[in-house]
Design a protein around this ligand. Sequence first.
Ligand code: EPS
Length: 376
Amino acid sequence: MNITTAGESHGKGLFCIIEGLPAGLTLDLAEINEYLALRQTGYGRGARQKIERDEAKILSGVRDLRTLGSPVTLAVWNRDYANWKDYMAPEGCDVSRRTLTKVRPGHADLTGLKKYGGTDARNILERASARETAVRVAAGTICRQMLRELGIEVIGYVRSAGGVTDEKEYAFDELSGRLDELYMMDKYVQARAMAVIDECKDTGDTCGGIAELRVRGLKCGFGSCMTSAQKLDGRLAGALMAVQAVKGVEFGLGFGAAVRRGSAVHDEIYYDEEQGYYRKTNHAGGVEGGMSNGEELVIRLAKKPIPTLMRGLNTVDYVSHEAVRAATERSDVCSIKAFTVIAESVLCTELSKVVLERLGGDNLAEIKERYERLPK
Ligand code: EPS
């Protein structure tokens, strides 16, 4: 399976083509739109979300809500394009307006200009913007629906926002109780995080956070120890690192494993007739030797604060070379909940690729049968 996305933040829309989806998957369009709506929410989200009502349109590869095995094309149209077409229209527009030369530290602006040429960072930021993730959530939800057919479930929650961290551990089934505002689990911890977000808003600042993703039902043996390119953790980490603003990925104990002794890191192995092989701990986060080991996948992602700060950081104008304050457009103060929805979706997509590579198959029935035959 392969996915290509296209589209600019203030262009006509976001688009993607998914190649290699099996035939016979019944799509739940309402669920795709629910995840798109969730991506738009969260305490600290910005004003753009008041304009957009993201909705996925299926343009190909599906008939009567069932996939055909042909490439699936998705579109999420930008409502804001109506306000931007005079400066963004591919057919001709006024590129002398809405320019951005006060390049923002932490954004793609400066490096993108040096790489692609020109003097207007608009040409860079329009694509670098996390708006692109809207269509990745739509595609990821289709992948989620395919994984669900195999009994594989994906969910995430927020462990830390604005530097306020929930240190408790939660069982998979508890995670559906994540709270609306920030997807945190503990309302007292969340209230403190929301107060930090308020403070950031008042001071023209932004803040990031940590999301934890969990996968249940993935049988052992996905990924491979045989070549580095096939390692499951390498592939998932690569896909997740490529989500805008991610600065770190860890599996299981992650960085914590580096400071413990081996006896406190490796998950000891037991056997009984009923369960077969099992472990009492999951410090590995479900991956050993680059392969799923049948335990839950546990992945944590560090997301940096959004680089557009209303108070503006020190920078240099790309044209005049004068010391200035960085450009400020409307911005999100904190987008950690939206990010969690995005990260879950990207995980569903990469996991689907790995699953389909191992199981092959042209139609869902064939793939389900092959998955069921695998040992746990
Ligand atoms: C986003 C829409 C954008 C930003 C955000 C993501 O809207 P606008 O730029 O029109 O306000 O809010 O983009 C970024 C975080 C970024 O770094 O560019 C969205 O729909 O998710």
